[in-house]
Design a protein around this ligand. Sequence first.
Ligand SMILES: [Zn+2]
Length: 497
Amino acid sequence: MARRFWAAAGLVLALALAAGGVQAAPDVAKMTGGELTAFTRQMPKGGELHNHIAGATFPETLLAWAVEDGLCVNVKTLSLTPPCQPGEDLKPASALAGDDLLRTAMIDSLSVRHPDFQDRSGHDQFFGAFGRFGAVGSKRGGDSLAAVMDGLARQNTFYLEAMVTPQGAASRFLGAKVGWRGGDLATQKVANSAAGLEALVPAAMAETDALEARARAVMKCGTSEAAPGCQVTVRYLVQAGRVGPPEQTFAQLQLGVTLIAADRRWVGLQLVAPEDHPQALANYSLHMKMVDYLTDHGRTAKAALHAGELSFKYATPEDLRFHIAEAVRVAGARRIGHGVDLPLETDAEGLAAEMAAQGILVEVNLTSNDKILEVSGKAHPYAWLRQRRVPVSLSTDDAGILRIDLSHEYARAADEGASYGDLKASARNAIAYSFLSGEGLWSDPGVYRRPAKACAGQIGKAEPKPGPCAALVAGSDKAREQWRHERLLAAFEAAVR
Ligand SMILES: [Zn+2]
């Protein structure tokens, strides 16, 4: 069936050299839109490194949950509110079923399908949406996670690094209670511990247990009706808010580092919320110093930081000069979220060369950057990064608000000039540059010509041979996920050849 599909798709095949002989590589530039959509959906995409679970759910689903949970709709602000006494501007969410106009307006309000909805910019429409559906609340976190996991599996993709804020309110409250101790980070850290920061770690672990238990229950994992999403491996990145007083950001980061040391499911730090917010801008350099201090420049915990999610529309030339450079050089970030303004930074070529040499990956979110920053097509640095061999991996950012999925971003990348080889590298990079523990299956991540010695000649096979390769795959989370991806990739390429 696969052969017939590809013959019908009328693929133009280009010859490409690959390990083990000559293979025909699909020419994605020649595909029609329909061919590209089907192709990228079926292609194994390795994993996703930039996915905020809170923004991943489509509005239709959020509204269905609002009905189940007895929430109300504020018809004036077009937002969800907690269970309420219906009044002038408030209606039970169940009323949406009989009110098509209101339902349509709510879907518009909770997504960027009309980025200029209510005369807002795409940026304001996007960031405001979180508040408008916030009443759905963390009790649906496991449902959201299940939807993301199952969505990825149905796109032939089995690794997720999900961004979540553990003990968000408690850590902010603790930071506020301690207050700012004048900028001496060692004093700040001790004061947070004295105020009970470490006690939040078991609470965060219990919260993670509950999140996963709910996701597994939703997907019926472990039963004969288990959803494909049960096969997805998940790790988590700690979100710390960059908008707010510095003591709150610091407390969230400190909790993150402590949680990462205590629970192997948590693998790295992130800083979130609009980078162009006045407080985020004012404290940017301070936040980089916090990450550097708390992680010993990435030695005790890894960081993937949103940096350079800026454009002239939302930042001054002064603010466009240094964010990525400081994330890399001061904070010691191993990955950069977005990186859109990199070509605008001081000595951009030098910075890109440094990132290429150190293997610092950029998580590229094409649709997000288009809708929020209005940077797309030729203006987007995706091609510029590839030319400079900065590792890149495609991701969705907030798939529900943006109304996309990961395959959509792969198709969009091809539309904007990425070759099949680029897409394949993006997929492999999603595991090689993940924060999964253990040695990888490749000696040359980002290039993928030299397998680890133990597995030379075996990558893409069904099972590793007993011996050093089997031991590597069994003993390393990263190698195990790479083995699975390479097996899927070999099957996919055999089908499309
Ligand atoms: Zn993001």
